[in-house]
Design a protein around this ligand. Structure first.
Ligand code: DON
Length: 356
């Protein structure tokens, strides 16, 4: 997070960009509020410049290491790196490897949560799963054993497996198809499974099976435990590109409406709780530092993706496989921090709260 702090010093550059933006009338990004564009919103070209700067700034950063507890993830080229920003009116800017398909991994948990909330309503999901930071890794047994009533939150593995178990379907295959269709609608085109990742994870997911057994012991799983783990493993193995991930994030930024297809995918009234959960637990043990320095609801996956949501404005997705100790992509964190700072979109920044 030290480098994130350094990035904050680059705020001055954005402030001068913002003042230029006042005087231009070109189409702009990240500026709409309630259907109206802010006169100080950065233009498409300015956002492109910032995204390209972020790409260049970190492309030679060698910090972190690919996840290897899922063997297929260790094989992914660690140099792959792409950044995309998509606005709620469907504009896109990007740089780098933004068309490479990688496994969505834990970012899937956001969309299964959204589906469960669509089906059951927020109160039932909150009562059964919860939304408490665990202060622990993404896959701890303690998130089941030590939480007094529910699983902690829908983003630790135990909570995510329990969330899968809540989805209504006649059998595991139908549940998987329902989840995949929902992700596809959030993205706007048909997504599919990365078979090699699924096979690799299914062969090595003893820990997740143990979590499901523990959930059963504590009566916190609502369908067959092993079937729930299998559907969960499939959802984590869905392939997305950084471009597709940014569109999925923009759906959350846009009140649940896909910016490209204009379909209402996620119920609008559930978006605030989803974003709150992302803020509290989206980067696991890194969530506090992330909120402090970057100030955007976000979700990471061990495949190397992170998507950050700018409510009402758009989303930024970055793909870069090497991870930090908490399982969050190092370059993705740095690149999103850079873009957020340059564009002044940190929700908790001094400027956002009226101090500057
Ligand atoms: O269950 C697992 O371990 C993976 N399928 C997902 C973990 C993950 O992405 C954690 N996020 N950073």
């Amino acid at each position: 997070m030290r480098s994130l702090t350094l990035i904050v010093n680059m705020r001055k550059l954005w402030l001068s960009l913002a003042s230029i933006a006042i005087s231009v009338s070109a189409p702009n990004l990240f500026g709409q509020t309630a259907g109206q564009r802010s006169p100080v919103a950065p233009t498409h070209e300015q956002v492109q410049t910032v995204v390209t700067q972020a790409y260049n700034e970190f492309k030679n950063d060698n910090e972190g290491k690919n996840a290897d507890y899922i063997p297929a993830l260790a094989q992914v080229d660690p140099k792959l790196y792409g950044i995309v920003a998509v606005s709620t009116d469907g504009q896109t800017v990007s740089d780098g490897d933004v068309n490479h398909s990688f496994s969505i991994q834990s970012i899937s948990k956001v969309f299964t949560l959204a589906l469960a909330m669509n089906e059951l309503g927020p109160d039932k999901v909150f009562a059964k799963i919860g939304s408490e930071p665990t202060g622990r890794a993404f896959n701890p047994v303690t998130a089941v054993a030590e939480m007094p009533s529910h699983t902690g939150n829908p983003f630790v593995n135990a909570g995510a497996i329990a969330t899968v178990s809540l989805i209504q379907a006649p059998n595991a295959d139908a549940k998987w198809q329902k989840i995949l269709d929902f992700y596809s609608k959030a993205e706007g085109e048909k997504l599919s499974l990365l078979e090699d990742v699924y096979k690799s994870e299914a062969a090595t997911n003893t820990g997740n099976k143990a979590l499901a057994a523990l959930l059963l012991k504590y009566e916190r799983i609502y369908a067959d435990p092993l079937e729930s783990v299998d559907v969960y493993t499939k959802q984590c193995s869905v392939g997305v590109t950084a471009k597709q991930l940014a569109i999925m994030g923009a759906t959350l930024a846009n009140g649940g409406v896909n910016s490209i297809t204009h379909e209402q995918v996620i119920k609008k009234e559930n978006v605030p709780e989803i974003l709150a959960t992302m803020t509290m637990a989206g980067l696991y043990d890194g969530s506090g530092g992330w909120a402090w320095h970057v100030g955007l609801p976000a979700k990471s996956g061990v495949g190397g993706g992170i998507v950050a949501v700018v409510p009402g404005k758009g989303a930024i997705a970055v793909f870069a496989p090497p991870l930090d100790e908490a399982g969050n992509s190092v370059k993705a964190q740095k690149a999103i921090a850079y873009v957020a700072d340059q564009l002044g979109i940190n929700l908790f920044s001094p400027r956002s709260v009226g101090l500057k």
